[in-house]
Design a protein around this ligand. Structure first.
Ligand SMILES: *Cc1c(COP(=O)(O)O)cnc(C)c1O
Length: 433
């Protein structure tokens, strides 16, 4: 299977190029040149497969022509080491818990698969691959954990000093081994600028094998398909769910649309936005208008120009009506988010994180108009990751902290200070090899 740019279907590359380069040179995004079908043999037995086996079948449909099945199976099995349970919080109102991975966010699914696939694709190149990541918080932690100990790869994470939460900083700076954290004296935008400058620097190109691990890499999307199909198995037979997806860069939603194209029966998708509602406005008939992002309680969704929108357009051949027939949008305020966290804790004894709470609000609106629907809200992070919000709404100490988060408090931070200066960063990279 080849991969094509959303900006130019004639620009075709191999799996290896699509994954190791992340972005086509024309600023588009890579998409598979065709969406494979999962055949009747899969849909005959999909309910009885293990989560790992289900993941292997989906991964083989996309990547099976380009690598040995055994290698791909190993990658899926090593990436999918935790479950995604479906919880019925109220009648026909389900929550899919995607936070049981090492960094307690759904990004673990994509990052762990990408890390292992990159390592395998680069295995014969005979060079250490250096992966650069700029992070404003969550992505860096998931990527760092995913690559930790992966052979042939070294990761350099750049994060803005004083602008990530204490726990997030610990997730970035306490791993050691093949993970190096740079504490940049600047903003997230500075970090991104440094990464871009290094990737384009002609002097580094010959010395280091550089790549980036940002969220638009096609290999992060495919493992997100697994849990959509997995979750639907726990509904009563014949139920087609409405998936409610807390959305930022729209990677998660795009993966759901791909699951449907693979043959999963889905009633509808609801994209749940916070105040950054570019997609919701588009789906309501307004022009597509990216805007600067605004800060909200669900900060991982504070995206003003969602990158995967290009992939959604490609999936629907730029036909807005076709997209609206499958996807609706819903924008949720911070007030409503707080109210939902409180109401769900009080009425159902279930704790939502701010992102899941945005989804819950959107699902409530959907149920008001469609009382018989079965909604599945994707719970994208563990509530303990957001103590500032949860303590404020539920009272201090109400959320139990999972052991893998709690133990971080005792670990020592190890980060290298770095000026927000391209020349300084490139000089530092030069001395690495
Ligand atoms: C990244 C993230 C999102 C948004 O997901 P997209 O795929 O970017 O739409 C939602 N919730 C959490 C907790 C996240 O980390």
């Amino acid at each position: 299977m080849n991969f094509v740019s959303t900006n130019n279907a004639a620009h075709r590359v191999s799996l290896k190029q699509a994954v190791l380069s992340s972005l086509p040179p024309d600023n588009g995004l890579y998409m598979p040149e065709r969406i494979p079908l999962l055949g009747a043999d899969f849909w005959d037995e999909w309910r009885d497969l293990t989560f790992q086996e289900l993941g292997c079948r989906v991964a083989l449909a996309f990547f099976g022509e380009d690598m040995p099945a055994a290698a791909l199976r190993t990658i899926v099995n090593e990436a999918l080491t935790f479950d995604a349970p479906l919880v019925e919080v109220a009648a026909r109102r389900y929550v899919l818990e995607l936070f049981h991975g090492p960094t307690l966010a759904f990004k673990d699914f994509g990052a762990r698969f990408m890390a292992r696939l990159m390592s395998w694709l680069a295995r014969d190149d005979g060079k250490l691959l250096t992966v650069l990541v700029a992070t404003s918080g969550d992505t860096g932690g998931a990527v760092a954990h995913a690559f930790h100990g992966v052979a042939g790869i070294r990761v350099v994470i750049l994060y803005p000093r004083g602008k990530v939460s204490g726990l997030q900083e610990k997730q970035l700076t306490t791993l050691g081994g093949n993970i190096t954290a740079l504490e940049v004296d600047g903003t997230f935008d500075d970090c991104q600028r440094l990464v871009k400058a290094a990737l384009l620097d002609p002097g580094l190109a010959g010395r280091l094998e550089l790549t980036s691990a940002n969220s638009i890499n096609i290999s992060r999307l495919v493992p997100q398909i697994f849990y959509y199909i997995h979750s639907a198995r726990f509904l009563p037979v014949g139920t087609a769910p409405v998936f409610v997806v807390p959305s930022g860069n729209l990677g998660n939603l795009t993966a759901g649309l791909l699951a449907q194209r693979l043959g999963l029966k889905v009633d509808h998708f609801v994209a749940a936005n916070n105040r950054n509602d570019v997609l919701t406005r588009f789906l309501a008939g307004h022009p597509y208008q990216p805007r600067p992002s605004q800060a909200t309680l669900s900060n991982a969704m504070d995206v003003g120009a969602p990158s995967n929108f290009a992939r959604m357009l490609a999936l629907f051949n730029h036909d807005r009506a076709a997209m609206c027939a499958r996807v609706s949008g819903c924008a949720v305020s911070d007030e409503a988010t707080r109210a939902a966290i409180l109401a769900v804790a009080a009425s159902h004894h279930y704790q939502l994180d701010p992102h899941g709470a945005v989804g819950w609000c959107a699902a409530t609106q959907w149920h008001a108009a469609h009382p018989q629907a079965a909604t599945i809200v994707l719970e994208t992070a563990h509530p303990a990751k957001f103590p500032e919000v949860l303590d404020g709404v539920l009272g201090p100490g109400q959320v139990a902290i999972p052991e893998r988060l709690a133990c971080l408090a005792d670990k020592d931070k190890c980060a290298i200070p770095m000026a927000a200066d391209t020349a300084a960063f490139i000089a530092w990279l030069r001395q690495l090899d």
